[in-house]
Ligand binder design. Structure first.
Ligand code: PEP
Ligand code: MN
Length: 338
């Protein structure tokens, strides 16, 4: 259920409606748009007295949201969510690029990549310190040492950092280092982790589960939003299909579908989406053409010897070439690249 306020409703009127709703035992989520304010009600709707609320000053109408996701829906917030971060505006006109190695492997390789992407105009560096690997025998990441390396690289280069968090109890530690918390495909339905990331108040990038529907992704988003953490972005990173020619099947449809269903920024990961660096540029260009708000791309100085995901990592020089191409694609769809 949402309450749509009249155009020009005053702060006092909005405040009175919020108090009333809270008094009825609901949690009120406020979406202040340029034109109207919408108040989202989360709670047991049997307690609602629709007529009383509808009669209050400044209220235009009450609308039932039939979809199972509420705070993520465009009904609740018609305007795109824009997340300003380190000189970029994720979800704005710019297409935000986040790039770096799959895993943090050491200070020097991280610095090499960081300077290369910075020179290409990128503002956000990726790198996992905790790696959720399919095999327990694969490199699991450097842990806290990896976070320390990210902190040093951020300090030296001024790049913001996105890094993955894999367990709820780790959130406070990772949140001290990260500018964006990444929740990986294997954890999309780790509800304790979603709650913890929501509570942290940090920007979150939530990846679609490799076997999850778009609606399930939005339901997981709802967990984070329910903590009034609205700095959330969604990431399409490929799903499992019968196809074996590529590591995953990047669901290009998910981009315009999500843009229709939700106000949240949509980021695309063509690296995990394809699994092969040779395919990454084409799919990255397609994602921008299809309306992605950003890209998460794996870049490694020496992919042949990478400790994880080498086969899908671009070398810095190829990445720089790709950025130049992406600028032209972005221009064709009225956007720019940052
Ligand atoms: C990653 O970004 O390196 C990663 C592990 O991604 P995903 O969760 O999409 O597999
Ligand atoms: Mn990876």
């Amino acid at each position: 259920m949402i309450i749509v306020m009249k155009m020009g409703a005053t702060d006092k009127e909005i405040g009175l409606v919020v108090s009333r709703v809270e008094h009825l035992g609901f949690k009120a989520h406020l979406s202040k748009g340029e034109e109207v304010t919408i108040i989202g009600l989360i709670g047991d709707k049997r307690k609602i007295e629709p007529h009383v609320l509808e009669m209050m000053d400044g209220v235009d109408k009450l609308v039932h949201i039939l979809k199972p996701f509420k705070l993520a829906s465009r009904d609740f917030k018609p305007e795109n969510t824009v997340i300003p971060l380190n000189g970029t505006r994720i979800g704005g006109r710019e297409v935000t690029i986040m790039a770096g190695p799959c895993a943090v492997e050491g200070l020097q390789p991280m610095l090499d990549v960081a300077w290369a992407i910075k020179e290409a105009g990128v503002h956000i560096l990726r790198g996992g310190a905790y790696k959720p690997r399919s095999s327990p025998y694969s490199f699991q990441g450097l842990g806290e040492e990896g976070l320390e390396i990210l902190a040093q690289v951020r300090e030296q280069t001024g790049l913001a950092v996105i890094t993955e968090v894999v367990a709820p109890e780790q959130v406070p530690l990772v949140a001290r280092y990260a500018d964006i918390l990444q929740i990986g495909t294997r954890n999309m339905q780790n509800y304790a982790l979603l709650h913890a990331a929501g509570e942290s108040g940090k920007p979150v990038l939530l990846k679609r589960g490799m076997m999850s529907t778009v609606e399930e992704l939005l339901m997981s988003a709802e967990y984070i939003l329910s903590h009034e953490n609205y700095r959330l972005m969604l990431c399409e990173r490929g799903i499992r299909t019968f196809e074996t020619a590529t590591r995953n099947t990047l669901d290009i449809n998910a981009i315009p579908v999500l843009k229709e269903m939700t106000h949240l920024p949509v980021i695309v990961d063509p690296s995990h989406g394809t699994g092969r660096w040779q395919l990454v540029p084409a799919v990255a260009r397609a994602a921008v053409a299809a309306g992605a708000d950003g890209l998460l791309i794996e870049v490694h100085p020496d992919p042949e010897n990478a400790l994880s995901d080498g086969p899908q990592s671009l070398k810095p020089a190829r990445f720089v070439q790709l950025i130049e191409q992406l600028k032209r694609v972005a221009e064709a769809v009225d956007r720019s690249v940052q």
